[in-house]
Ligand binder design. Structure first.
Ligand SMILES: [Zn+2]
Ligand SMILES: [Zn+2]
Length: 274
């Protein structure tokens, strides 16, 4: 399994040069499975470049591509109107929040709204590709390719979902936009158990977190706490605050690695092979 980070920023994209090392695009992660199929996690602004790479690379997957969303805050869906493969009538996508259930706000209507004429010149229905939306009650399933997905809801304004993705003996856990509260959420630890790579929200420093109760995010210290409790092999700290520039994040990374040697801050363009 290969993980490629296309967007690592939280909340809003940033384009100033002093943010370019860790990257300015919002959440988007490409998962390339050993069976050569791909899946996408979140559709933040990073999905624009991913779309370009799909069209110009050897990724030949013409049948369904799964796009799993943690939730639908702007920084996780805003890139979708600029995802060029979604304009190709020969391509198929399933945009999903696994576990969200059909009683929650309709996912398709959320995507259609952000492409209403007042916000964007092309409507969702005019994009061209076969795009289906899926918000099942079930929290686990195995795709025909043999990849299994387990979803778990966690605390975030409006709810968000973490995913445990397993192919053969390899497990990736993607858990962003998560607030633990006064103690670490045991369900997050359970989801991340023995993961080969845990990608975890680390928007704030421990000091900043004190003033951000109810904002829906974690500190890097909490992300490390989860990784250690879950015995995750590697930890990618993710969803960097738009106020944290490269030199700030470099210092954070050094502190993190003092606590957990296999922790690192996710960088746009970074590729991790599991
Ligand atoms: Zn976010
Ligand atoms: Zn959010």
């Amino acid at each position: 399994m290969k993980i490629t980070f296309y967007g690592t920023r939280g909340s809003i994209s940033v384009s100033e040069p002093e943010f370019s090392h860790f990257g300015g695009n919002t959440s988007c992660v490409l998962v390339t499975f050993d069976n050569e199929r791909i899946g996408i996690l979140d559709a933040g602004t990073g999905i624009r470049k991913l779309g370009h790479d799909i069209l110009t690379s050897s990724i030949e997957q013409r049948d369904n591509i799964f796009i799993g969303l943690s939730h639908t805050h702007w920084d996780h869906i805003q890139g979708f109107p600029f995802f060029k493969p979604a304009y190709d009538p020969n391509r198929k996508f399933t945009v999903a929040i696994v576990g969200k259930g059909s009683k929650a706000t309709n996912l398709e209507s959320i995507f259609a709204t952000q492409m209403q004429r007042e916000y964007f010149p092309v409507s969702l229905s005019e994009m061209g590709a076969h795009i289906s939306f899926w918000q099942p009650e079930i929290t686990d399933f195995t795709a025909p390719s043999g990849v299994s997905i387990l979803a778990s809801k966690h605390t975030h304004p409006g709810d968000a979902y973490g995913y445990r993705i397993t192919e053969g003996a390899t497990t990736l856990v993607y858990c962003t936009d998560v607030e633990h509260g006064d103690s670490i959420d045991p369900n997050v630890v359970k989801l991340a158990q023995n993961a080969d790579l845990l990608i975890h929200d680390a928007q704030y420093t421990p000091e900043e977190l004190k003033d951000k109760k109810g904002w829906g995010h974690s500190s890097w210290e909490q992300a490390i706490d989860v990784a250690l409790r879950a015995k995750a092999k590697k930890l990618a700290l993710f969803h960097h605050d738009p106020e944290h520039d490269d030199s700030f994040l470099m210092r954070v990374e050094k502190e993190c690695q003092r606590l957990f040697a296999n922790a690192f801050l996710a960088r746009e363009g970074m590729v991790i092979t599991l």
